[in-house]
Design a protein around this ligand. Sequence first.
Ligand code: GLP
Length: 243
Amino acid sequence: MEIIRAKDYDDMSRKAANIVSAQILIKPDSVIGLATGSSPIGLYNILVERYEKGDLDFSRIKTVNLDEYKGLGGDHPQSYRYFMNKYLFSKVNIPIENTYVPNGLEEDPEKAVTDYIQIIRSLGGIDLQLLGMGNNGHVGFNEPGTPFELEVACTTLTDDTIEANKRFFEKKEDVPRLAYTMGIKAIMHAKKILFVVSGERKAEMVAKAFFGPVTHEVPASILQLHNNITVIGDEAAFSKLPI
Ligand code: GLP
């Protein structure tokens, strides 16, 4: 595990964008696992700037997203498909058919899970998986207690997560209760993981995740066992690390 200390959010975004850019330059047909949330927005902005300057080419890149709210379609402003189109896909030259975000409108969880597993497998492995972390230690939507051995899951969001994510919705009741997520097993199969974290509110959880016991109660803690993970955090997020 490599831990990289960044000064602040912008510095974290720049350092993370360097790693994603290097991946794209070294392997122009990379499969990249993408994340949503406020943590990766800065890094997506930098990737877009570099594309606009002519330094990055996304034409052969394939992407697969970590999660999606069940019940939200791609045209819903809080869906993760909408987020990805807005911050990245519509701004670079990635063919939209090379991007996959789970279908939130698939009502049958079994079918949604099977389709998602098939997509991940057909991509032949994720070269670089970008991850953020929820306040409660979740990655994707693998909430505390979710078994590590699932490749893909339909999960019930915890009250903590609904509370944390309600800021994006008009009211708490509008936050979907279920989500489709890449499971820990598929995440752990990625060749490389790039984990970004910022802000004081995550400080305690990030210390538990990377320096505490590996436990289902802190889903991100399993990442300690990945053999190629880079963790980039700003000063506030790393303020409680024991190193
Ligand atoms: C959501 C997503 C996660 C993300 C988390 C953190 O719950 N499902 O994949 O990591 O939010 O979001 P933020 O970066 O906004 O703190």
